[in-house]
Design a protein around this ligand. Structure first.
Ligand code: NAD
Length: 252
């Protein structure tokens, strides 16, 4: 399938996990792809790699300008995947103001910064699409995830507002809401447990499908929304959670 032939895409947080799988899938389907990440040292060709911190507006602007030039589309960017994000655990009593500002700055304002820098280039495309990586946490009411859930709730609202603002410019905006995805992030959380193998088994057992979602499955959903084949789809939220939302189930 070469539905991205001749298109140019930029994936934030593309050095690992969901972002890495997405960048590789888009490239495999014909796109020229740039990755923006805090640490892009592991990113290989044909992907282009740019070091930037989404909390630093100047570094975002510089990286996106360089990426758009190097992608060779004469200033055109067709796809922006806003995926960089970090986690947080605990109730509202567990995270102080500094931690709230830090996580919201990455997960929400970081997405705004990347979008602002990319918009002039997306406007120049006839097939422009933005896909934001949100989370089932946006609406599930998960325990011990107050700050993370608030950040992803904001991402879902932001997705719908951006879709409304840019629909007449021909820019589609959608988001994916993954469940628990087997990425290095989840591996780090499991490794910190007393018994990682038992914790992994318990996590699998809590999934409706009995297994974690794979990064490739989230990448597939992102590519679906980014593809010109989804040209009439904007302002939607696509669950990629092994049935958790649709079946009205939630982690214990
Ligand atoms: P990951 O840790 O494997 O990858 C995240 C990438 O983002 C890393 O390469 C990291 O360097 C980069 N990044 C982090 N902060 C950054 C910053 N300030 N500037 C630039 N890059 C930065 O994580 P993942 O599991 O692939 O998560 C990717 C996205 O998916 C996140 O937005 C996360 O909230 C979301 N998500 C993950 C899961 C899951 O279960 N793994 C579930 C739902 C949603």
């Amino acid at each position: 399938m070469n539905d991205f032939d001749g298109m140019r895409a930029l994936v934030t947080g593309g050095a690992s996990g969901i972002g890495r799988a997405t960048a590789e899938l888009l490239a495999g389907r014909g796109a020229r792809v740039a990755v923006l990440d805090l640490d892009p040292s592991t990113v290989d060709k044909p992907l282009l790699a740019y070091a930037a911190d989404v909390t630093d507006d100047a570094s975002v602007r510089e990286a996106i300008a360089a990426a758009v030039t190097d992608l060779g589309g004469q200033g055109v960017l067709d796809v922006l995947v806003n995926n960089a994000g970090i986690g947080a655990q605990g109730t509202v009593e567990d995270n102080d103001d500094a931690e709230w500002h830090r996580v919201l700055d990455v997960n929400v304002v970081g997405m705004v910064r990347c979008t602002r820098a990319a918009l002039p280039h997306l406007r120049a495309s006839s097939r422009a699409a933005i896909v934001n990586t949100c989370s089932i946490a946006a609406t599930a009411g998960l325990p011990q995830r107050a700050l993370y859930s608030a950040s992803k709730g904001a991402v879902q609202s932001l997705t719908l507002a951006m879709a409304a603002d840019h629909v007449r410019e021909g820019i589609r905006v959608n988001c994916v809401n993954p469940g628990t995805v087997d990425t290095p992030w989840i591996a780090r959380l499991l490794d910190a447990a007393d018994d990682p193998a038992a914790e992994r088994a318990a996590l699998r057992a809590r999934q409706p499908t009995g297994r974690l979602v794979t990064p490739a499955e989230v990448a597939g959903a992102i590519a679906h929304l980014a593809s010109p084949l989804s040209g009439a789809t904007t302002g939607t939220v696509l669950a990629v959670d092994g049935g958790m939302h649709g079946l009205r189930l939630r982690p214990a």
